[in-house]
Design a protein around this ligand. Structure first.
Ligand SMILES: [Zn+2]
Length: 175
């Protein structure tokens, strides 16, 4: 991030870096979606009782539920049991939410979003060109930290919904 702030003084360099980050994030996501289910197919998502009574929500519904930190399967209960900790199972529909390996995904997406939401508008602000680099860096880093911590839980919910919808889960709870 410090590097990125320095890059901002050289827009071409920054643009190239941003494009690379976006490209690699997109490529990792696609290869993850394509390869993980192939070699590690889940043993089927829900218990028979639930599967008979509920239809799987479409991606848009699941994502919207996830971004509001709700269970992507039913939308009736919170998928979290803390700031960032995902519940082992949904208290309402018993979907094993803890099996979906969010790992670093939400952090990547949050950094990508926050980096561009803060860094892009900075160019338009007089503050960025007028003040000493030290001031610009500390204020920018502060804004990045606050925005990252504010966005991360919601992005994580959305990412959980994405994994749930694609059926990408571990075969058992990690310990
Ligand atoms: Zn649920």
């Amino acid at each position: 991030m410090v590097l990125q702030v320095l890059f901002m003084r050289h827009p071409d360099f920054y643009a190239a870096t941003g494009l690379h980050i976006a490209y690699f994030a997109f490529r990792s996501y696609i290869s993850y979606i394509l390869t993980v289910p192939a070699r590690n197919r889940p043993i089927i998502g829900h218990s028979p009782k639930v599967a008979m009574t509920t239809e799987k929500a479409p991606l848009s519904t699941a994502l919207w539920r996830g971004l509001r930190r709700q269970c992507p399967a039913c939308g009736e209960a919170s998928a979290f049991r803390g700031y960032l900790k995902i519940a082992d199972t949904c208290p309402n529909c018993h979907t094993p939410l803890g099996l979906y390996p969010c790992d670093d995904g939400p952090a990547y997406i949050t950094m990508l979003l926050v980096g561009h939401l803060v860094v892009g508008p900075l160019f338009a602000l007089e503050f960025f060109w007028k003040y000493p680099l030290g001031v610009v860096i500390s204020v920018t880093l502060g804004a990045l930290v606050v925005m990252t911590l504010a966005l991360l839980p919601f992005i994580k919910g959305g990412f959980l919904a994405l994994l749930w919808h694609h059926g990408l889960k571990r075969s058992r709870q990690p310990h």
